[in-house]
Design a protein around this ligand. Sequence first.
Ligand SMILES: Cc1cc2nc3c(=O)[nH]c(=O)nc-3n(C[C@H](O)[C@H](O)[C@H](O)COP(=O)(O)OP(=O)(O)OC[C@H]3O[C@@H](n4cnc5c(N)ncnc54)[C@H](O)[C@@H]3O)c2cc1C
Length: 387
Amino acid sequence: MAAGTTFDLAIIGGGPAGTAAAIAAREGGLRVAIWDRQRFPHDKVCGEFLSGESLPMLQRLIPAALERGAPIARCEFISPRGRVDSFRLPQPARGLSRRSLDHALWRAAADVGAWTHEGTPVRRVSRLPPPGDRNPLWQVEPAGGEMVTAHSLLLACGRGWSIPGLNSSSLRMKQRVAAWTGLKAHFAGVATRDAVEMYYFPGGYCGLAPVESGLYNVCCLARPSLLKESAGSGGARDLARWLRRAVRHPALDARLKHAVQTSGTVATAPVSPARRTANLSGALVIGDAAGFIDPFTGDGISMALHSGRLGAEVLSRVRDDRLRLAGAHDPALEYRRRLRAAVNQSYCFAGFLRTLVCAPESLQAVAARFLPRFGPMLMERTRWRAA
Ligand SMILES: Cc1cc2nc3c(=O)[nH]c(=O)nc-3n(C[C@H](O)[C@H](O)[C@H](O)COP(=O)(O)OP(=O)(O)OC[C@H]3O[C@@H](n4cnc5c(N)ncnc54)[C@H](O)[C@@H]3O)c2cc1C
């Protein structure tokens, strides 16, 4: 596809949502342009747990990368005193670094013919002609690049974005909760187990998950107050040391005793779960940009992939409509309805579980005892429901 083409679809953001959408749209015959402000591969704060619900799609899109991921069959909850409550996951999962996952998805989008631009932030979008027109054109202005026009726009920029030209005031969070800070690093020297381990403590939790090449992902969500307390001690550059000093979880310290950090610590803030919006001035919103579910559910990537695919499928039908000049359906309405049906229950149960995550240690310990029995059911209730 050459510059100057009017694309069927422009996608801002090349994470799991944007790339899944790009691939689905190409499969639907659309001409697609996609931008990401980052270059691939890059590290990203994430627990890197790929839930069973994401695996069939990933198996189809990026089989070789997925194959390298570490198998995960169980979920364990570990109290500061070392009590372990665990259950077998309803479906096998995998651990794969975001470096590998996002890079493989980006390449897959390019391989199916999406016009990809990495290291290129989108600075502004405009709608032409003015709002009210049935089939507007979108003009996308990337930094340092030429303007591109497209019939449809998908916003896949992750949580907490804003792009000039789009009125993001309607993105006010509907479910504001106290924010966490997320920290992540990779470690070698951690004895491999086929479990995702959740070490809970007052003020947050820390997940351990095996990823490719025998490495471990250590990803912690903590209240900013914990970070402030340790600010004078070199911050969290040495993540295991920071966990020892700030979090004080003896069972976690024991698990990381021989661990060697192999990456820098990456951090993100604020991390606050929220429902946002499914469409903005006629653009469809997918992935975290549409809503950010609590990371402890381990289903954010799956939701991003599925919502991306859903958005692209809905828009592929618009093109058919446009060709037939029938104008048969409103894509924004259809997408919003199907997105809600797919995630409403998940947000509801995640909110309930969050109260346990934020509870005092004694209550957390009581709740954890019920997890072997109710864990699989709760997990199932926080998943994307096929629309
Ligand atoms: C601490 C933490 C732990 C998590 N752990 C897990 C887990 O273990 N399992 C799981 O399933 N989910 C987890 N999640 C959630 C998961 O990371 C997200 O749900 C997922 O990344 C959403 O994908 P996305 O494509 O919507 O957004 P993102 O992955 O955030 O991608 C958005 C992309 O848009 C790009 N972008 C933004 N603005 C612009 C712009 N103006 N121009 C161009 N590009 C732009 C960004 O560079 C980025 O690449 C976790 C999240 C956090 C914060």
